[in-house]
Design a protein around this ligand. Structure first.
Ligand code: M6R
Length: 614
């Protein structure tokens, strides 16, 4: 969480930093700030709340003079989200400024030590302690680089940090340990950022930094050092050209990124399938060459958080049924601490849009430590999870900016369906359900046609149900996972309490909540379990509960007879493809409820896009 950016070059740094912070604001938006070096003095400007508050303070001409600077947008970990806790933070003598993403776990011990030496602190943050520690080390270290490295060697925990000091005018130092940090290399300029969109308008040439590395940048020159002995590692680093463009990181006329990203799902499915299906007719097969070198696992452990976890639950049904592999699905923050039994012939599949989620990364490291092979399913190229997995499958959804994850889940589901089919083929080459492949290939066009209609229907229903006291989301089979996702999406952006349940479980307690002010969203799609869900809907109606039933028309073009306050009809489809139609319906409903209630859809309260703390 938290977005950091640094710039060294020839352009006015402050406007560029603020522009970059706008594209990083999805990582945290409790406060923001910039530091820049003019007339051999560090100037720091910061503000509580949204970035617009900071912009309102940046009216001095001085902000146009600096060509080097650092910026930060915060998701609070230590200390309230108030201005004094906003970054950048300064060393005791004010000669060093830093921005930081992560947590310095031993900050209290370091703070006590520095306090005993006469340091006084202006904030409650761990970051200010680190700034003071670097300043303290500078008193005895031969160079600023040595002081930076010495302080970082004493800091335990996670950090991505950028340092600015007039002692080396025009220079920035940055380092990473278990938190994302990238270097962007332009002509006559260098950028440092938590994520690629921070500097995407200026360069697509990126150097991925590894844990335990420090980089020194000055205009277009950059040099990478190992933290422990400061040996040069520059020759071992390569510059990667990123395929994303600015179009992918802009709203493109949509009111919110979330809506744009929901509407991108037809393209996402198409991109996920491109190059992954080969042969024709009955010989049509899934091709995942990334997995060809791996044995078929005797058991697969899927580990993830949030929406990615829900995708994993959905995928389990397919991988067990079509791939013939037993699957466990775990929440990463639990998996990492429960000492799971992992045998050498089993495999772990970690799913993460950002590739930086701290718990998922720790679960991956635990599995590898136990000798288990790890497949990573990631969206962000070069992310920590992508780099630390034995094999990575990229979901290719493009940058997801809205905090609420939408198109990422669609891309994860597409790949999970392909993985299920792929392992099925490996177990028995003759087995490949051509009707499913056909359905997946037709899906993109199908969804493209349906999305505008779904958007209209979602808006109508959202306005009708936005004031309800709470929501159940109910589903069975593959729809159980979608019910969890529907509820997560609604509570995340509308702040209405919502819970997802396996529909059959609802009568074991939760049904006590049902009354005429309580609503349920029932996923009653066209599968074997439809009659069971229909009965569960009756149980709610019998208690005067309000129900939206999401159903599918049958081959005849008619929807099934079902009783509910509102019936939302989706087109007929293959049972597996049905999930891809239901997912945007759930997303659009939440989107419109949140928008109708006037909430900040893309940046919901208390959240951050990438959860790099546990
Ligand atoms: O980047 P990841 O997929 O690892 O993120 C996991 C969760 O933090 C994420 O899916 C979160 O639940 C979303 N904000 C939900 O919309």
């Amino acid at each position: 969480m938290c977005g950091i950016i640094g710039y060294s070059g020839y352009r006015p740094a402050v406007p560029l930093l603020v522009e970059g912070l706008h594209r990083l604001e999805y990582r945290g938006y409790d406060s923001s700030g910039v530091a820049f070096d003019v007339l051999d003095r560090i100037n720091v400007i910061k503000a509580e709340g949204k970035l617009s508050n900071l912009e309102a303070k940046l009216d001095s001409e001085m902000t146009l003079l600096a060509t080097t600077g650092i910026g930060h947008t915060r998701w609070a970990t230590h200390g309230l989200p108030v201005e004094r806790n906003a970054h950048p933070h300064l060393s005791q003598d004010g000669a060093i400024a830093i921005v930081h993403n992560g947590i310095i776990e031993n900050f209290q011990q370091l703070k006590d030590e520095l306090t005993a030496k006469g340091h006084t602190f202006l904030s409650d943050t761990d970051t200010e302690v680190l700034a003071h520690l670097i300043g303290e080390e500078r008193l005895s270290a031969p160079t600023l680089l040595d002081a930076f490295a010495a302080a970082l060697r004493r800091a335990h925990g996670a950090y991505a940090v950028v340092l600015l000091s007039p002692e080396e005018h025009g220079v920035l130092y940055a380092a990473r340990m278990s938190a994302p940090l990238l270097l962007g290399v332009g002509a006559g300029e260098c950028f440092i950022g938590s994520d690629i969109p921070a500097f995407l308008p200026y360069t697509r040439d990126v150097v991925f930094l590894s844990d335990g590395e420090i980089v020194r940048v000055e205009n277009e020159s950059w040099e990478v050092f190992g933290l422990e002995s400061l040996e040069s590692r520059t020759s071992a680093k390569s510059v990667t050209r990123i395929a994303w463009d600015m179009h992918a990181a802009a709203k493109d006329g949509f009111k919110h990124f979330m809506l744009k990203e929901i509407m991108e799902q037809p393209r996402v499915i198409k991109d996920c399938l491109t190059g992954r299906l080969t042969g024709y007719g009955v010989d049509r097969r899934v091709s995942l060459p990334e997995l060809d070198g791996l044995p078929v696992p005797s058991r697969l452990h899927i580990v993830a958080c949030g929406t990615s976890y829900n995708a994993g639950l959905w995928g389990r049904q397919l991988i067990e049924r079509m791939g013939g592999i037993p699957v466990d699905v775990d929440i990463a923050s639990e998996f990492r601490y429960r000492d799971p039994i992992l045998r050498p012939d089993e495999m772990v599949l970690v799913i993460s849009q950002s590739g930086e989620t701290a718990d998922t990364l720790a679960a991956l490291q635990l599995a590898r430590g136990k000798g288990c092979r790890v497949i990573g399913l990631c969206n962000v190229v070069g992310s920590s999870i992508a780099r630390e997995s034995d094999v990575v499958l990229y979901t290719q959804a493009g940058p997801e900016i809205s905090v609420a994850s939408t198109k990422a889940m669609c891309s994860q589901m597409t790949l999970l369906a392909l993985i299920a089919l792929y392992f099925g083929q490996r177990r028995s080459p003759a087995v490949c359900d051509p009707s499913l492949l056909e359905a997946l290939e037709a899906l993109s066009g199908r969804l493209q046609e349906e999305l505008p209609l779904m958007n209209e229907r979602a808006k109508q229903l959202a306005e009708k149900f936005a004031r309800t006291r709470g929501f159940f989301y109910l589903g069975r089979g593959c729809c159980e996972a979608l019910a969890y996702e529907g509820a997560l999406k609604l509570k995340e952006i509308s702040y209405i309490h919502a819970e997802g349940y396996a529909a059959g479980e609802m009568k074991h307690g939760p049904i006590a909540l049902v009354d005429s002010d309580f609503s349920s969203f029932a996923l009653a799609l066209d599968d074997d379990l439809f009659p069971k869900v229909k009965s569960n809907i009756q149980e709610i109606l019998a208690r005067r509960g309000r129900v939206i039933a999401l159903v599918q028309r049958r081959g005849t073009g008619m929807a099934p007879r079902i009783e509910a306050e509102e019936v939302w009809e989706l087109p007929a489809s293959h049972p597996v493809a049905a999930g891809f139609l239901a997912l945007p319906a759930l997303q659009l409903f939440s989107y419109h409820v949140a928008d109708y209630l006037g909430n900040d859809v893309d940046q919901p309260r208390n959240l951050a896009k990438s959860v790099t703390v546990e």
